[in-house]
Design a protein around this ligand. Structure first.
Ligand code: HEM
Length: 409
């Protein structure tokens, strides 16, 4: 059993409830509750995705290197989850003690996870032939997460002044999205694509330049808003963009004629990146102050479009696969999602962007977007829950069998 996954399934259900709440608030049917906005994004980014990444990464490296199944580290789990609970209470209520405590606990858990991955066994000669592994991507992603945690913990308490950060929310979002999530997803693609498709990436030799481009790109995207310098941010953005497109091309090229294209999971993974690119496409229009482009509405709503459209959607593909591999290793695993979840999550993201450009009916468009997102999340949360309960049943049956063998029953 993997308790990280239990928590990820719990937070997935909470994310559905929160999306329904956001729909009712957007449509003016429920009064907004100050501070709860934080939960919309973080139930997904911290509750679902970070939890699942912590649960999966040591296992993914063990599969990749044909190493023994790693022992579960309860202290890392306890630190992460007690930190998340403190943040869930502390940030919406803007309570400094709880927020600092939560941020510190999550920070320590991340350092421990970094150390665990760093010490994982080196690849055998056999697995080295598969090409470079995702380890570097995971370690760099976690290093960016440490920056994201630090800046996020101090966001409401003016640490930005002390750290001399020009636009702290952007630094926080960039460190976590273009740093942690992008790099972790890229590492998972590098490590797992051969298992999903039975083929290798189109250009295995490109993994190393992709890693450096993405890492330095993310660094520019963090340092740019930190220093208030577009001269640093724009090259970072371009490097990150090139790395992402190169990675996707590596995935798409070998898929021609593949059976995998008949499954919704790979479409979630590939098309989800469209919503990562959307804010990049409108950013120059905001900078150039093009008439009719509602800069403030975009800045207010684009983060949600990014998290639901891209982070959550890539999660739809990856999480059911990882849950299945870790919890039910004897069963065949495949990328997650359904055609319904694919249609609903894209329709939700389109409506959110339409709402941004609509003055009069913005609330209704955004309300409908959250309804569609909640709908898309429903089958995924259900499938994660079913895998968990099946895995618990296996554990219970084994315990019963052991008790019977030892005559204690
Ligand atoms: C310990 C970890 C974290 C802490 C303490 C934290 C804290 C915060 C805080 C205080 C805000 C400002 C909320 C507001 O202005 O209303 C924020 C916003 C945000 N954070 Fe985090 N965060 C954390 C992790 C993450 C992660 C892993 C991601 C992943 C991408 C993320 C993405 C975002 C986004 C997209 C926003 C903007 C939300 C919006 O505008 O609605 N955060 N965070």
């Amino acid at each position: 059993m993997n308790p990280y996954f239990t928590m990820a399934a719990l937070f997935a259900v909470m994310a559905i409830l929160q999306a329904i709440d956001a729909a009712l608030v957007s449509a003016g049917l429920l009064p907004a509750f100050g501070g709860i906005r934080w939960l919309r994004v973080h139930l997904i980014t911290l509750g679902l995705m970070t939890e699942a990444l912590f649960g999966a990464l040591p296992f993914v490296l063990a599969w990749r290197y044909q190493a023994p199944r790693p022992r579960f580290r309860w202290h890392t789990w306890l630190l992460l989850n007690s930190g998340l609970v403190a943040l869930l209470v502390g940030i919406p209520s803007v309570n400094a003690v709880l927020t600092y405590t939560g941020g510190t606990l999550v920070f320590i858990a991340t350092v421990l996870m970094f150390e665990q991955l760093r010490r994982m066994p080196v690849p055998s000669a056999n697995s080295r032939n598969d090409g470079p592994s995702g380890t570097w991507f995971y370690l760099a992603g976690l290093a960016f997460f440490l920056v994201g945690i630090t800046v996020g913990t101090g966001l409401f308490f003016n640490w930005a002044g002390t750290l001399q950060i020009k636009t702290p929310v952007e630094v926080h979002i960039h460190a976590n999205s273009w740093g942690l999530m992008s790099l972790a997803f890229a590492g998972l693609v590098v490590d797992l694509f051969p298992r999903w498709s039975g083929k290798s990436l189109a250009w295995p030799g490109s993994v190393t330049p992709i890693f450096w481009l993405m890492t330095f790109g993310a660094l520019g995207l963090v340092l740019g808003p930190w220093l208030g310098s577009e001269l640093v941010m724009v090259p970072g953005l371009l490097m990150h963009l090139v790395a992402t497109i190169w990675l996707l091309a590596n995935v798409i090229k070998p898929l021609r004629g593949s059976e995998l294209l008949r499954q919704p999971g790979i479409w979630h993974l590939i098309t989800g990146y469209g919503w990562q690119l959307a804010p990049l496409l409108v950013a120059p229009l905001i900078l150039l102050k093009v008439p009719g482009v509602p800069g403030p509405a975009i800045e207010l709503n684009a983060p949600q479009a990014l998290i639901y459209g891209w982070v959550l959607q890539v999660g739809y593909a990856l999480l059911p696969y990882l849950f299945s591999r870790v919890l039910l290793p004897a069963e065949p695993a495949r990328l997650g999602g359904s055609w319904l979840s694919l249609a609903a999550i894209h329709a939700g993201s389109i409506l959110l962007w339409v709402g941004i450009f609509s003055d009069s009916a913005q609330g209704w468009f955004h309300g409908a977007a959250y309804v569609l997102w909640a709908l898309s999340l429903l089958p995924i949360a259900l499938s994660l829950w079913q895998m968990l309960t099946r895995a618990w049943t296996v554990v219970e049956e084994r315990t019963d069998a052991a008790l019977e063998r030892t005559g204690e029953r």
